[in-house]
Design a protein around this ligand. Structure first.
Ligand code: 9WN
Length: 444
């Protein structure tokens, strides 16, 4: 295993690096990394992408294994499940557990090609994986080549992206739809309130939440949110997770999900070139998706992207930070990039002025709540993406300030899951995987 060279470090940076390494070592299970020992004791899909991006500086081999373990649970139709369950963890430790998803039970996941092992969920999360694989390769090309890393993961990543651009194009305009709020990774974002309004909640008391044993109720989604999450997941499960059969009462085109899809399509093109495959189809798809993103989700008056509710046929005019994440997409027209940066640094998100890290939802939004999960708190993965976007679109000073703020907040909060955007106070679980991993990436 090779450790990559880091920039000269100040004492603060050394302590940040040291603390983050401990979290990653402690959360490593032998083949992948859990987000948290308390709240999330299994492997999560987009967490593993962010974790691999940080882990590549510490152990490129483990970073490769992180992604390989996730991809070993890929379904026949190409989907990467949002959770890969560890068999030795008691069922009661996390809800919904494998007996809820029933991916390996005949007639449930089988129609969509779920593997016979391991147990997984049946929904997905944002497609950061090809981008992560490319960054992991670049950290140590020798180990990657020796292990045939890119050659092995490329067809799987290509099938994953194809699943999203083909089977999940539910709106028919060239964007992938999410069919469950958990698929966005931003579970209780106010952007899902409208599309969820007509979803009938599951009966109260028909399931037991495990999260409230570890998290403060005011930091977590509400019971009503959970009852709707359960209803949607059960309906999908009972249609064998088949996108051609499931009614998908919740179908939303999310700008962050699609921005990561585009960034990953560009990464796939790089990977294809590196291993001598044809990259042109990836570049064409990236361009088509970028055009669709702009046509369908860009709102010039608001200066940001909004989600599109496919069932209602209308935009959801909620200012989520998801609508700024397209800043990671290459080739945005200058006025679009400029407007996104203005929105990020203006009164709605307040970056660099009111807030040190961007909130997950506008400070000015009617649903803003500084504590409740994706309805206001600042998250490290979102801010890591924004930091990349600021650098991409010519804002190195703003990017450096955000980087410094993230490092301070990560260390002061013991690598917490999310923070109050006004005070930086820690929220959610501590020693959180991607917070530690992205700290290491920012220091590298
Ligand atoms: C449901 C693991 C995951 C993250 C998500 C975050 C949270 C799960 C939950 O934890 O979601 O998937 O139980 O709340 O919202 O982004 O991937 O860290």
């Amino acid at each position: 295993e090779q450790t990559s060279t880091l920039h000269p470090l100040t004492p603060d940076a050394i302590s940040a690096y040291d603390g983050a390494c401990h979290v990653l070592l402690d959360n490593w299970t032998g083949s992948s990394t859990i987000p948290s020992h308390s709240l999330y004791p299994h492997q999560w899909s987009w967490d593993s992408g962010f974790i691999a991006i940080g882990q590549r500086h510490l152990s490129p081999l483990r970073a490769q294994q992180e992604l390989e373990t996730l991809l070993a649970a890929q379904w026949g139709d190409g989907r990467i499940p949002h959770i890969v369950f560890h068999p030795e963890v008691p069922l009661a430790a996390y809800f919904p557990s494998p007996d809820f998803w029933r991916s390996t039970t005949a007639g449930r996941g089988a129609g969509a090609g779920a593997p016979t092992a391991p147990e997984t969920s049946g929904i997905v999360q944002p497609p950061i994986h090809a981008l992560a694989a490319w960054l992991v390769h670049q950290a140590d090309p020798d180990t990657s080549q020796r292990r045939g890393f890119l050659v092995r993961v490329y067809p799987k990543l290509a099938a994953w992206q194809r699943y999203l651009t083909e089977r999940r194009d539910l709106g028919g305009h060239g964007l992938a739809s999410i069919v469950h709020p958990w698929e966005s990774g931003m579970d209780n974002s106010p952007s899902w309130d409208q599309p969820l309004a007509a979803v009938p909640p599951a009966a109260p008391g028909s399931f037991t939440r495990a999260d409230l044993a570890h998290g403060a109720p005011c930091d977590r989604p509400t019971d009503l949110d959970y009852r709707k999450y359960v209803r949607l997941a059960l309906d999908y499960r009972d249609h064998g997770y088949r996108d051609d059969l499931a009614p998908h009462p919740f179908a939303v085109e999310d700008p962050a999900f699609n921005a990561l899809l585009i960034a990953s399509e560009h990464a796939l093109a790089e990977i294809a070139m590196e291993i001598g495959e044809d990259s042109s189809a990836h570049l064409v798809r990236a361009e088509e998706c970028t055009a669709a993103l702009r046509e369908r989700l860009w709102d010039e008056d608001a200066g940001q992207f909004f989600s599109f509710d496919v069932r209602a046929g209308s935009r959801v005019r909620e200012r989520s930070a998801a609508g700024l994440i397209p800043l990671i997409v290459p080739g945005l027209p200058a006025p679009v990039a400029r407007a996104l940066i203005d929105t990020l640094t203006g009164p709605h998100f307040g970056l660099g002025d009111i807030t040190a890290m961007a909130p997950s939802y506008a400070l000015t939004g009617a649903a803003f709540d500084a504590s409740r999960y994706w309805r206001g708190p600042a998250w490290f993965n979102v801010n890591w993406l924004l930091e990349r976007g600021l650098r991409r679109y010519g804002q190195p000073r703003r990017a450096a300030a955000l980087r410094a703020a993230m490092l301070r907040a990560a260390v002061a909060s013991d690598f917490t899951e999310y923070v109050d955007p006004y005070t930086g106070a820690a929220r959610g679980s501590r020693d959180f995987g991607w917070t530690a991993a992205l700290t290491i990436d920012l220091l590298a």
